[in-house]
Design a protein around this ligand. Structure first.
Ligand SMILES: [Zn+2]
Length: 112
């Protein structure tokens, strides 16, 4: 596995997410503006806010995972399972670049 390639991919994803995070923040910024008079419009507006907030939470969550993965790249722990220390197969890391667990430990963690 080419760790430089992994780092580049993670950094690119991070940039993309940071950009999206900023875009969402700009859209949700106008919270103090009065709601439209029309009730149907109000409902749409509030629903949009909820969708945006959920989206933003998702983006923030993935950003945290990327940061975590990048830290693991820096420390050299990236290809190793956080729980058992076994090497995580490259195919799994390719499919799930931010995972820190091997399949066995991830299954175990999900069960708990
Ligand atoms: Zn493991």
């Amino acid at each position: 596995m080419d760790i430089e390639q992994v780092r580049t991919a993670l950094l690119e994803r991070k940039e993309e997410l940071t950009e999206r995070h900023g875009r969402i923040a700009r859209k949700t910024r106008h919270r103090d503006e009065p709601l439209p008079q029309d009730f149907a419009e109000q409902a749409v507006e509030l629903e949009n806010q909820e969708v945006l907030e959920a989206l933003d939470a998702e983006v923030a969550d993935e950003l945290r995972q990327i940061e975590h993965a990048l830290a693991r790249v820096e420390s050299g722990d990236y290809p190793y399972c956080n729980a058992c220390g076994e090497e995580i197969p490259a195919a799994r890391l390719k499919a799930l670049p931010t995972t820190s667990l091997c399949v066995d430990c991830a299954t175990e963690a999900e069960r708990r």
